[in-house]
Design a binder for this molecule. Structure first.
Ligand code: GRF
Length: 218
């Protein structure tokens, strides 16, 4: 257990992506374990999920800090103490500063509910519906200083149906998030990801057939 790489997961809410990561790890599909779940909200359900699996949790309330930088410095301290080699944002609703980014260069992943670079920011599924696209999806990317602009690791495509509401589309996208986030983490922990400018190269994986799903509604 000791030599297994530690992942820190940051959540602000439900934590269904966190759950997918924990489950994948427990099934042995990820060569790492979630060793810290950190939230800026004491009532985030993600913390509950972590406790159920005996995973250490921490709450760092952003409202207790005078600046974003001071908040981020505390996050860095708590994450470093966990020994995490990878930080995964999973519905963590804070914009981080360079204090956080520079502490973990190319070691922070985020998941976004749209096919970036389309529809960054909040309410990705609602933006997609308003725009009238036929397909949307989700993206796992490395974090950089912009909002949802970092180098892309994995994406999955999801169809938009004529009768979709924000909720139905978000739910269809979320299912795919739960599939691709563990995949991206596995690639990272296997040491296969190299970032060069905007691009992420996946060493030893010429083609990742499972990454483009044939039937997203299944
Ligand atoms: C997901 O849609 C994720 O893409 C976005 O926030 C949502 C978090 O959902 N960043 P959950 O907390 O993992 O259930």
């Amino acid at each position: 257990m000791k030599n297994v790489p530690v992942i820190a997961v940051l959540v602000s809410g439900s934590g269904s992506n966190l759950q997918a990561i924990i489950d994948a790890s427990e099934r042995g599909e990820i060569p790492g374990r979630v060793g810290l779940v950190l939230s800026n909200k004491a009532d985030a359900f993600g913390l509950e999920r972590a406790r159920k699996h005996g995973i250490p949790t921490a709450v760092v309330d952003h409202k207790m800090f005078a600046s974003r930088e001071a908040f981020d410095a505390k996050l860095v301290e708590v994450i470093r103490a966990s020994g995490a080699v990878l930080v995964c944002l999973a519905g963590f609703m804070r914009v981080v500063t360079p204090v956080f980014l520079r502490a973990f260069p190319h070691r922070i992943l985020n998941i976004h509910p749209a096919l970036l670079p389309s529809f960054p920011g909040t309410h990705g599924p609602a933006q997609a519906l308003r725009y009238g696209v036929r397909f949307s999806g989700c993206t796992v990317h490395f974090l950089d200083e912009g909002v949802d602009t970092g180098p892309i690791v994995v994406q999955a495509v999801v169809p938009v149906h004529g009768d979709d509401t924000e909720d139905t589309l978000a739910a269809r996208i979320l299912k795919e998030e739960h599939r691709i986030y563990p995949m991206a983490i596995r690639l990272f922990l296997e040491g296969r990801l190299t970032v060069s400018g905007r691009k992420v190269f996946t060493r030893g994986v010429e083609k990742i057939p499972d990454f483009s799903r044939r039937n997203p509604d299944a």
